[in-house]
Design a binder for this molecule. Sequence first.
Ligand code: RP5
Length: 168
Amino acid sequence: MPAANAPHPLVGVVMGSKSDWETMRAAVERLEQLGVPHEVQVVSAHRTPDLLFDYAARAQGRGLRAIIAGAGGAAHLPGMLAAKTAVPVLGVPVQSRALNGLDSLLSIVQMPAGVPVATFAIGVAGAANAALFAASLLAATHEDIGAALERFRQDQTRSVLDNPDPRP
Ligand code: RP5
């Protein structure tokens, strides 16, 4: 069970629907592993547009330094957040049932010049990498997060080198 929202989060993890959780939990688990204070919330571009605007308007003042936004299908959440805040938005395309997430990917990645969204891979890999990327953004100003990220990378390398035989 993931921890409760941090009192002073540096990273906000938002998603368009509860149905996105199984993908977005990969981001939350990585943030937990690296000791990055974070919060998690459903914010829907289409079902709760006023909440989206409010979340974006208050993000910087509340101390958020990155927002990881996951959505599927007509995935307007990351782009609309980016339109309303200067906090970096990291977009995660959730794998949709109808079109396998290609719809989500294109909806998130094809932003007009002037309103950037850093877009990650479709699905769990994208969610995990968005968290690692948020941690690397914070590493310059938060030594503990930088050290945790360095440990993660060393462990990852060691686990590959220690198990070179691909056969089960
Ligand atoms: C998007 O619509 C959500 O991000 C989700 O991926 C998709 C489907 O939502 P549900 O109908 O499962 O709530 O806004």
